[in-house]
Unconditional design. Structure first.
Length: 108
């Protein structure tokens, strides 16, 4: 942390963190095995199209939980990606919709 002294007042400067690469966020959201498996399997179990949204949400949630555990264990790039969990969740919802829809189509 950087401290500056100005007229007897100690000020703390901002602690800058590295940027999270957008491509890594997108790839993690698209290729997360937890999102793929959970969304696909719940999509297959859905008995009406409206439940595909629930399957996508559950898949995205599972993906973020896996990311949290990986960040907690300091695995690979996970600590950096852990800062972008909300963006990964949003992108995983979109990917989860696709995987759940594929699972729903395979059911038929």
């Amino acid at each position: 942390m950087r401290r500056t002294q100005q007229r007897g007042v100690s000020r703390v400067g901002p602690e800058l963190q590295p940027d999270v690469p957008l491509m890594e966020v997108a790839l993690y959201a698209l290729l997360n095995p937890a999102t793929i498996i959970v969304a696909f399997l719940l999509g297959r179990k859905a008995d009406e199209p409206a439940k595909i949204l629930i399957a996508a949400f559950a898949g995205a949630f599972a993906g973020v939980v896996v990311l949290y555990v990986a960040a907690l264990l300091q695995i690979s790039d996970a600590p950096t990606l852990g800062r972008a969990a909300a963006g990964i969740f949003a992108a995983s919802m979109i990917a989860g919709l696709v995987y759940a829809r594929i699972g729903y189509a395979f059911k038929r």
